[in-house]
Design a protein around this ligand. Sequence first.
Ligand code: NAD
Ligand code: ZN
Length: 254
Amino acid sequence: MVDQVAGLAERIAAARDLVFLTGAGISTESGIPDFRGPDGTWTKFNAEDFTFQKFLTRHDTRVMTWQRFRDNPAHDAQPNAAHRAIAELEQLGKVDRVVTQNIDGLHQLAGSSASRVIEIHGTMRWVACLDCNKRYPAAEILERVRAGMEVPQCDDCGGWLKSATISFGQPMPAAAMAEAVAAAQRCDLFIVVGSSLVVYPAADLPVQAVRSGARLAILNATDTTLDRYAEVILNGQAGAILPAVVAKVREALS
Ligand code: NAD
Ligand code: ZN
């Protein structure tokens, strides 16, 4: 493991253009459960109850979705040492983009520049009208839900409001996805942190990076589907490992 930490630090120090891909695993140490781990969300909820089509067509699904959003512990979560390590690397001039599957906004709270964070599954910090796309800060709409409104509607057009996150069956944000692909294709080092790499199209980004000539490193608690493509594999907790890597990058750059 020590060799792998040093190996990753060397590659970061030498990188011309570094892109991160982060998943739910980077936020578990902030108290937000992942989907597929042992305490993951899918051990408690059924994914098929929360599809976009059901949200559009069924009142009970809309009510359930808003209750779940209201009670999501991630609203109060704080960034952890792994988010901060990535923000610190940006300060060192090392980070081009952080592509994230997470909706929790913790990279920006840790200090990563919003302009460098690409949220390919949207964000829970905002709520959007499904008809006219008007956006509202999530806190503002959650106040209405906490006051008893079951399914909030748009002030302008009366359309259904939903958190600005991508539900199953909902189209991916095309611009964010195109930006993520471009970043993967131009980088020379691509680092995955805390993703099982089974959700597409996110899981295709490391493959695109490797095909375009980048080195791949994967930091995850467990095996991933793309380990065979990686030059460096670190198995463990991101909040312990990434700060150790960044400390070594600092040494190498000083
Ligand atoms: P996933 O649940 O499929 O995989 C998470 C991976 O992280 C697992 O392989 C697990 O072993 C690993 N992991 C857990 N804790 C870790 C830690 N401390 N350090 C290192 N690795 C750790 O998550 P995914 O690949 O991101 O895909 C699931 C989907 O879930 C994504 O689309 C994402 O939008 C969504 N999601 C987001 C959040 C969030 O915003 N925080 C939370 C849950 C799910
Ligand atoms: Zn509207």
